[in-house]
Design a protein around this ligand. Structure first.
Ligand code: ADP
Length: 426
């Protein structure tokens, strides 16, 4: 049931009452008032048709204004004791079913008009038209009828409001259940997808490594120049593919596996990362520097931090200026309260603003020298989020780039280590 139906029901109750009153008044030989009843009956029927046919915004105003005026006029020509004014109360409450929750103006104007009509009756002592002779004698039956009619109307209005409230709550509950079910399905699909990516990338790596091994064997055999160049190209392509598979595995591992805190000596971890890249870019002489400004052993997820540092250092080397005499990549670590602050900085070519805006996106490559999957910085961002940290990149195009990251950590051991601040060149 919507409120248009309810309004019609209320109008029907009012029209039936007016019809019965007309018959009664005619029977009592009050022809004038019976005619007035008939006019009211016709007017109410018109309102019912209007309400049924049109959903325009002015209809509720018409209904409320008409009913108020009918009560005002009728209340002035029949005795106050007949209790017609009691009907102002359900009429005032019906404002809440004629206008929706957000139609504040409608409620204020409608309610204001109804109250004004009632107050006008009170102020004029129910004789708006002066001392005209009243068309009815005071009688108890009319009072009882009006009292019951106003009670029935109030009951209808409140049962509609509570029913609407119940329906809204039920609908909300159904929507919440559906959302819950969808989110469970989605997490299941996500989990399956991550498991699929993880096991596929794992399974792909084994045959790839054996192909690389076979190439190495072939390279040891005598071959003409063309064959050698083909083998070099194969090795390059397979290395690219391996790097891609590594990226996907790192992504899947980060998405799938929970955090695993373990004691980490940061100096060792950084050295390990540097060693991964020391001989990869032989054509680029780059100084790799590290500075660790604390001595504690930290408790954190070593695997994820390793992935993050590997990607940042790999990029810093890969995108550096070729043959730049003072090429340098620095990893600087310090403790700031409960956070580890890492800075990976290079004095390379810098990152253009348009690339900076998108470089953390999945599969985004901003450089023709990339040759990578465009996953590196995406994995960095995802891993840092999983570690509960944050990352900020700064770069001046033509001067270099700095990646700052902060990760929450705990101190694992109290014994101080030797100051291992080191630097080294490839
Ligand atoms: P990929 O290296 O596979 O292209 P990444 O997500 O690691 O993907 O990097 C995205 C882009 O950000 C790179 O293509 C490159 O243009 C830019 N970039 C990242 N790090 C640096 C850096 N240290 N110096 C210059 N450009 C960088």
């Amino acid at each position: 049931m919507n409120n248009q139906h309810l309004i019609n029901r209320l109008l029907l109750v009012a029209a039936s009452a007016a019809g019965l009153q007309a018959v009664w008044d005619f029977y009592q030989s009050s022809v004038a008032i019976a005619l007035l009843d008939l006019v009211i009956l016709l007017w109410l029927s018109g309102l019912m048709v209007l309400n049924q046919l049109s959903r325009r915004s002015f209809v509720p105003y018409c209904i409320l204004a008409s009913l108020s005026i009918i009560l005002l006029v009728t209340g002035s020509i029949i005795p106050k004791e007949n209790g017609l004014h009691l009907l102002f109360l359900p009429l005032l409450c019906s404002v809440f079913i004629c206008f929706s929750y957000k139609q504040h103006l409608g409620k204020i104007l409608g309610g204001g008009f109804i109250l004004s009509c009632y107050l006008l009756l009170e102020v004029t002592d129910f004789r708006l038209f002066g001392n005209l002779p009243l068309l009815e004698e005071p009688d108890n039956i009319s009072f009882t009828v009006n009292f019951i009619a106003s009670g029935v109307a109030l009951f209808l209005i409140f049962s509609f409001i509570t029913h609407a409230n119940y329906k809204a709550e039920k609908h909300l509950q159904e929507m919440a259940d559906e959302a819950q079910q969808r989110s469970e399905e989605l997490s299941k699909v996500n989990e399956e997808l991550d498991r699929f990516v993880y096991s596929t990338s794992h399974d792909l790596r084994a045959p790839l490594l054996s192909v690389l091994g076979l190439i190495q064997l072939m390279e040891k055999k005598p071959a003409d120049e063309t064959m050698q160049s083909y083998m070099k190209m194969m090795r390059k392509r397979i290395s690219n593919l391996e790097a891609f598979i590594n990226d996907i595995t790192a992504y899947a591992r980060n998405a799938r596996l929970p955090l695993q805190a373990e004691p980490v000596v940061l100096q060792e971890l950084i050295e390990e990362v540097f060693n991964n890249h020391r001989f990869l870019y032989e054509e680029q002489p780059i100084e790799l520097m590290k500075a660790v400004h604390f001595q504690e052993v930290l408790l954190l997820d070593r695997q994820r931090l390793n992935t993050v540092l590997n990607n940042l250092v790999a990029n810093a080397i890969k995108y550096h200026r070729l043959q730049y005499p003072e090429a340098r990549v620095t990893v600087d670590a310090s403790l700031e309260g409960d956070e580890l602050h890492l800075l990976v900085a290079d004095n390379g070519p810098g990152i253009p603003p348009n690339v900076q805006a998108r470089m953390f996106e999945m599969f985004y490559r901003g450089n023709e020298r990339s040759g990578g999957s465009g996953l590196g910085l995406y994995i960095v961002k995802e891993s840092i989020e999983k570690l509960g940290g944050r990352i900020r990149a700064e770069s001046v195009y033509g001067e270099g780039s700095s990646f700052h990251l902060w990760v929450p950590v705990k101190r694992a051991a109290q014994e101080p280590l030797q100051d291992l601040s080191l630097s080294g060149a490839i």
